[in-house]
Design a protein around this ligand. Structure first.
Ligand code: PGA
Length: 252
């Protein structure tokens, strides 16, 4: 049985003061749902303050990126070890990083390896663009993103791996995939590719989240699907009570 997970991708929103206040309001609403793993991923600048507030609570903390080198002359970058000082999760390969910051399957692969080596759980984002969706390339794209992005991983660390299927056309557009459509991509292409790479038991045990315009109203549609283990939530993750409603919908 895979535990449900709801991760909030705050993107470039909230100062650390605003983050503190949002999480303090969130805690009493989320603490009720212990059977769901809830993670919030604020900007780097809020990790320190939130790690203090969240320690000993049921809400986990994650970053939104990292750089694969351990230390050195990489101005502006943050290593896996630095992230791990404050949190246990990291979003990697988000489509906004691929679209605006030159992230490739190869760079995602290096980051995933660095995250696993540091003891972090990477939430690795994959998904097709609108053009790829319209030209029926979804299977090919997600298969390539997994094969390249997740190649040669340390087999002893795979229980930390989390995958998020986020069709790019659904992110921030208000046009979510259907629950059935997302489940089909995960069942027919994502888990079978994980199986080829890592074998049956890892493919079955790995949590695969859906992301893209998840809201309090459409959340139940996703969480009743057998292959969807939760959600990576963007816009609604910094709204209350919406985020708490989404977590509630994920209770099995
Ligand atoms: P959205 O973003 O929920 O605002 O569509 C999801 C994401 O970018 O992870």
């Amino acid at each position: 049985m895979r535990r449900s997970m709801i991760a909030g991708n705050w993107k470039m929103n909230k100062t650390s003061e605003q983050a503190r206040s949002l999480v303090q309001d969130m805690l009493p609403l989320i603490n009720l749902y212990k059977s769901v793993d809830v993670v919030v991923c604020p900007p780097f600048t809020s990790l320190m303050v939130l790690s203090a507030i969240l320690s000993g609570t049921s809400i986990g903390l994650g970053a939104q990126d990292l750089f694969w080198e351990a230390a050195g002359a990489f101005t502006g970058e943050i290593s896996a070890g630095m992230v791990k000082e404050f949190c246990n999760y990291v979003i990697l390969g988000h489509s906004e990083r691929r679209a605006y910051f030159g992230e490739t399957d190869n760079s995602v692969n290096k980051k995933v390896k660095a995250a696993l080596a540091a003891g972090l759980s990477p939430i690795v984002c994959i998904g097709e663009t609108l053009a790829e969706y319209e030209s029926r390339e979804t299977a090919e794209v997600v298969t390539r993103q997994i094969r390249e992005g997740l190649k040669d991983l340390d087999p002893t660390r795979l229980q930390a791996l989390i995958v998020a299927y986020e069709p790019v056309w659904a992110i921030g557009t208000g046009k979510a995939s259907s629950g059935e459509g997302a489940n089909r991509v995960i069942k027919d292409f994502i888990r079978p590719t994980l199986k080829v790479l890592f074998g049956d038991s890892v493919a079955e045990a790995t949590r695969v989240l859906y992301g893209g315009s998840v809201s309090a109203s459409n959340a139940p549609e996703f969480f009743t699907q057998p292959d969807i283990d939760g959600a990576l939530v963007g816009g609604a993750s910094i709204k209350l009570p919406d985020f708490a409603e989404i977590v509630k919908a994920a209770v099995k």
